[in-house]
Every structure is written in structure tokens, then in C-alpha cells.
Ligand binder design. Structure first.
Ligand SMILES: Cc1ncc(COP(=O)(O)O)c(C=O)c1O
Length: 399
């Protein structure tokens, strides 16, 4: 067996299932589940219509590169959204469809990790989306956890990592906007990171799957390709971004996203994916074209999350100091006690399920940055989120 399998950590939801098995919610109160980052707003009609209209295409094998119309819809969208120069993102060379970012975030490390001497590590933020760690372990690499201190708004502190560590790193995952903190990397963060990538010869994979769920309509989060375009890095050298329709378009079951960036990396990834079997079904490609070409449902989606953050934060204010993130749909409050016991009490006394921060982070030098935090996903509808907030306030006041 692949020795990495034995090193995989239990997935956060396995650990949460064990917690649920030992804590019963209060009788007579329906459980409100704010633990999973699964969008609950309906998938837009235009996406369903396109899927149904193309069901006959299941009779064909799809190509791994995807339909040219899909790659064009993606490049049009990304060019508009990230203010890229006209023609700066080439649908032939810079873009590939993927079946959601999860599989692509995993596969990219399998494709890139070279096992060359002196480059044993894959870096990732801490806390993080656990697929990054599993991808590193199953490729035979060692994970390296980047510090993301609260004082920096949870943005990775690249400058705090010694040069000796960078030398051993072959790939760096960043997640912007971040899960669970919602932190967005700024221009300076990327300047530091890309200079390090050039100096120490590593690839940067930016997981941007929450990029469209920002709270300030006038301030969409900076993307890595956008940073490249601003700074004349027209070939996106060493840079790849991953995007998804799961959160943007409330379509986690569609399994649709894309990877874009450095043409050489994309060519190698295409080669890898041809063998892996990463082609997207043709009806899903058509549904994805409809989704990338429509922005109205995305604005509406943002408005719904904004309303939830406003209402929930107003409700929580007397109990806990927590502010809205720049983007995403999570709250990541700090607690006076450890997150596991807080989660147990919120479940047992209020019937509200959250996720302990420790399940999303690793101990480094004896410190777990999620230990005294909870992740609260505002995915349920507005009334349910407000009811959950009202139920948890008295428990938080008594922690
Ligand atoms: C940070 C992050 N990246 C990637 C994903 C995977 O999303 P998908 O595979 O649906 O695109 C998730 C899902 O929750 C996530 O939180």
C-alpha cells in the first residue's frame, strides 16, 4: 500500500461524527447544522436548464481539455473578473476544466511533486483545507505548515519562514479567501510569495474557490492571476489558480471548476489528467458555461450571505467578539475555552452543530492555531442562522 495512506489524518467530519456520538442535542429542538461548508441556496435555474438540455451528450466520451466553448466562457469570466488584459488568458493554453477544485487540488501535487533530492516538502496554510495535506502525504511529500497569525488577519506570514525551509519546498498552497478565516491575500503578500517562488524554485497553487463570496460589493478579493497581470508577469510563471462553481453558483453537486495559469504547468497537468481520467461530462460542461456566463445569480448569492452576516453578528455581539470576514461564509471566533468543549456545549445545550477549529489545524511546536476557535458556517437560510445565533448566545455567555 501507499505508505501515505497510514499517515492520513481523520477527516474533520469523521472527528465531528465521533463528537456527535457522545453528545445528545436537547430534546424537542431540531438540530441546526452550521458545521459543513456546503452551500444551501438553490442552484440557479439557468444551470439546471443547460444540464437538462444537453443530457443526450452522455452518449459521448468527453475530452479532458473540455469543450472550446467552456474554456472560452471561463477565460471570458476570469478576464473580466480579474481585470486581465484582453487576450492575456488564452483558452487554448492557460485553462483546464476540473471536476470541482477538491480533485484538482489533490491531483496537482501528484502531477507536480518531483521527488527530487532536497525538495521534500509541500507548504500550506495552518489552519487549512485538509485535502492539501492528504495530497502531499499521498505523493510521498512532507507537509510544511505556514503560520497564519491572527495579528496578520490570518494571512500567511511568508516572511517568518526561514530560507532553509523554503529551499526544501516544491509547491505552496494558498487559500484566498481562506477557509476557515476568510482572510484575503493582498498585493504585498503575493509580492513576497512570488519573489520567494522565483528564488527557491517552487510552484504556487492558489485555491480561490471562495473568491466570489465577498461582503463588500465594491471590493472583490485580489486573485493571483490578477496580481500577475498587475505586475507584468504575463506568463503567470509558476502560478496556478483553482476556481469552482460550488460556492459561487451554489452547485456543489455539479462538480465543476477550473484551473488556470502557467501554460507549461497546464500542459503537464493536462497530460497527467489524461491518464488520471479527469474529463468533465459534456452535460456538466454546458451547465458550467451557463453558470460562468451569468453574474446576476452570484450577486444575489452575495446579498443573501451579507444579510446573514449582518443579522447573525448583531445577535452574537453581546456574547462574543467576532467580526465578518472579508469573504467566504464562515465565522471563526476566538473563545475563552477550547473549541472542542465549546462545540460540545453548543450541541448539547443549544442543539447547534459547529466545527471545532482544532479539527482544521495542526499542532506546530505545541501550538494549534484552531484550538480556541470554532468554525461557524452560515449556510442555512437566514431565519435558521438567526435562530442558531439566538440559541447559542446564552451558552457562549456561560463558557
Ligand atoms: C478551501 C476549499 N477548497 C476547495 C474546496 C472544494 O470545493 P469543490 O471541490 O466543491 O470545488 C472546498 C470545499 O469546501 C474548500 O473549502
Amino acid at each position: 500500500m501507499n505508505p501515505g495512506l497510514d499517515e492520513l489524518q481523520p477527516y474533520p467530519f469523521e472527528r465531528l461524527a465521533a463528537l456527535r456520538a457522545r453528545v445528545a442535542p436537547p430534546p424537542g429542538r431540531p438540530l441546526i447544522n452550521l458545521s459543513i461548508g456546503e452551500p444551501q441556496h438553490p442552484t440557479p435555474r439557468c444551470v439546471h436548464d443547460a444540464l437538462v438540455a444537453h443530457l443526450d451528450a452522455t452518449a459521448k466520451y468527453p475530452a479532458t481539455r473540455g469543450l472550446p466553448e467552456l474554456r472560452t466562457a471561463i477565460t471570458d469570466w476570469a478576464t473580466r473578473r480579474f481585470e486581465l488584459p484582453a487576450g492575456g488568458l488564452d483558452a487554448e493554453r492557460h485553462v483546464l476544466p476540473v471536476n470541482g477544485t477538491r480533485e484538482a487540488l489533490f491531483a496537482i501535487t501528484q502531477a507536480i511533486y518531483s521527488r527530487r533530492p532536497g525538495k521534500p516538502r509541500v507548504a500550506m496554510p495552518n489552519p487549512f483545507y485538509q485535502i492539501y495535506e492528504g495530497a502531499a502525504l499521498l505523493a510521498g511529500a512532507r507537509p510544511f505548515f505556514l503560520p497564519c497569525p491572527a495579528e496578520r488577519g490570518f494571512r500567511p506570514d511568508f516572511a517568518a519562514v526561514p530560507a532553509s525551509a523554503w529551499q526544501g519546498i516544491e509547491l505552496v498552497y494558498v487559500c484566498s479567501p481562506g477557509n476557515p478565516s476568510g482572510a484575503v491575500l493582498n498585493d504585498d503578500d503575493y509580492a513576497v510569495l512570488i519573489e520567494l517562488a522565483d528564488r527557491h524554485d517552487f510552484v504556487v497553487v492558489a485555491d480561490e474557490c471562495y473568491s466570489e463570496l465577498y461582503l463588500d460589493e465594491s471590493a472583490p478579493p485580489l486573485g493571483l492571476l490578477q496580481w500577475c497581470a498587475r505586475h507584468g508577469r504575463d506568463d503567470y510563471a509558476r502560478c496556478m489558480v483553482m476556481h469552482s462553481l460550488s460556492k459561487r453558483s451554489n452547485a456543489p453537486g455539479l462538480r465543476s471548476g477550473f484551473v488556470a495559469g502557467d501554460a507549461d504547468l497546464i500542459a503537464s497537468f493536462l497530460r497527467y489528467r489524461t491518464y488520471q481520467g479527469g474529463a468533465m461530462s459534456v452535460p456538466v460542461q454546458h451547465a458550467s458555461i451557463a453558470a460562468w456566463r451569468d453574474e446576476a445569480h452570484v450577486r444575489d448569492n452575495r446579498a443573501q450571505y451579507r444579510a446573514k452576516f449582518d443579522a447573525v453578528l448583531a445577535c452574537l455581539a453581546p456574547a462574543i467578539k467576532v467580526s465578518a470576514p472579508a469573504a467566504g461564509f464562515y465565522l471563526w471566533p476566538e473563545l475563552p475555552v477550547d473549541g472542542i468543549s465549546a462545540c460540545e456545549r453548543l450541541l448539547g445545550e443549544a442543539g447547534v452543530l459547529t466545527l471545532p477549529g482544532a479539527f482544521l489545524a495542526r499542532d506546530v511546536d505545541g501550538y494549534n492555531p484552531g484550538a480556541r476557535r470554532l468554525r461557524i458556517a452560515l449556510v442555512a437560510d437566514l431565519d435558521e442562522c438567526v435562530e442558531a445565533a439566538a440559541r447559542i448566545v446564552p451558552v457562549l455567555n456561560n463558557l
